[in-house]
Design a binder for this molecule. Sequence first.
Ligand code: GLV
Ligand code: MN
Ligand code: MN
Length: 436
Amino acid sequence: MGSFAKAERLLARLQALGEVGALPGGGVCRLALSQADGAGRDLVCGWMRAAGLDVIVDGIGNIFGTRPGTQPGPSVMIGSHIDTVATGGIYDGNLGVLAGLEVVEALDDAGIATLKPITVAAFTNEEGARFAPDMLGSLVHVGGLDLGTALDIVSIDGARLGDELAAISYAGTAPLGAIRAAAYLEYHIEQGPVLEAEGTDIGVVEGVQGISWTEVTLSGRSSHAGATPMRLRHDAGLAAARIAAGVGEIVRGIGGDMVGTVGSLKLSPGLVNVIAEKAVLTVDLRHPDEATLRQAEAKLAALIATVAAAETVTASTRTLARFEPVAFDKALVGSVEATARALGLSTRRLYSGAGHDAQMLARTCPAAMIFVPSVDGLSHNVRELTQPGDIANGLDVLATLALDLAGRANAAVVGISRANAATGETTDSNANLKES
Ligand code: GLV
Ligand code: MN
Ligand code: MN
C-alpha cells in the first residue's frame, strides 16, 4: 500500500544532493555555510523553484519554499536540514527536506490542492559541527536566540557565521518567523539501531533527549618530555585524557540511557616530545530526563575541578549548547502512529537520541517526527544507509499525514492551477488519502 508520493524521485534527488561535497570513499562533507553547503542550497532552491514553490530565505539563512493553499493562514511545514557533519552520510537531514519537496510535487502531479499551504523548510546549521549550538537556524526561527548573537558565532575554523552566510549569498531578507506553521513534520533516519534490530518499519518519535555540550580548556605549561620530572609538570594533555576517561566513568556509573562523548580533543603544541601547554576538549552529554542530565553535568564539573587540581593546570569551561528534553505533541504523535498503521506498517514509539529541528519548532506549534531504520544503526558516518523500501515507507507516512493535516481542497483534478484553485470546496480531511 502506498501513497501519491514517488520514492524513486526522492531517492534520485538524495543521490544528486549527495554528490555535492561528496567524499572520495563515500559519504559527504557539507559543513554549515561552507562553499559545499552553498552549492547544496543552490541545488535544493533550484528544485523548489522548478516545482513552483515560493522560496524565501530569512536572516539566518533558513530556506522556506511554499505551495499555497486555497485558504490563507499557517502552513503545514515539512522540514529538516541539508548541512552535514564533516564525515556524514547522504540521508541525515537531507531526507526530510527532499521528502517535503517530493510531497508537494506529488500533490501537483495528482492535481490535489490543499486548504492550508505546505511549506518545505531547510534550516541552517542543524548539525552544530562547525558553529555551535546545533539546531541554530530553527532556534533563531522560533525566537530562541536573537539574530545578532547568532550571526556573531565563530566557527571551529575561526570564521564568523554572518560573514560565511553572506559569502554563500544566503543572508536572506525575509523576516524571522515569516512563515507560521500550523504543524511541523520532520521525516528522518533513526540514526540508531533499534528499528532495524526489531524489524520495525516506522519509528514514532515521542520526543528528543536533552543535550548538553561543554567545551573544556585546560592550561598548563610546556616543557621537555624527557627532562621534566612527573611531580613538576603542568600537563594539560594528561589532564584532558583523565577528563575524557572520567566522562566514560560518569556516564557508565549513571547507566541506563545516559550517553557521553568526548568527540574533539586538541593538544597544543601537539608534539611528541613537548608536554602540552593547552588542551581543548568537548563533552557531549545526553539523557531523556532533565534531572539526570543535570546530575551528569554536576559530576562533570566536579571531575574537571578534581583533575585540574591534581595535574596543577587551570581549567575553564564554555557551554556550547544546552537544550532540555522535548516531548512532542501527543495528538500529532498519535497521528503519525495511526497513519503508519493504516498504511499497513509496523510501528514503535521511541525517543530520539539525536537533536532535530523539530525540537525547536515544538516551541511554537505541534511537531512530530517519523523515523525509518538505519542500516547497522550508523549515522554521522560515511557508511550511513537506509534501504530504498524503508525510505518509501516513511515517505508514504509523511505524504499521507501532510495531506491529512493540510486538508484536501478538491477532488483530484489533474492539471488544476494553484492560482485559481480556491474553489472554496472542501472535503473531509480524513477522507481516504491514498492514491486512487
Ligand atoms: C545534531 O544533530 C546532533 O544530534 O548532534
Ligand atoms: Mn539530522
Ligand atoms: Mn546529524
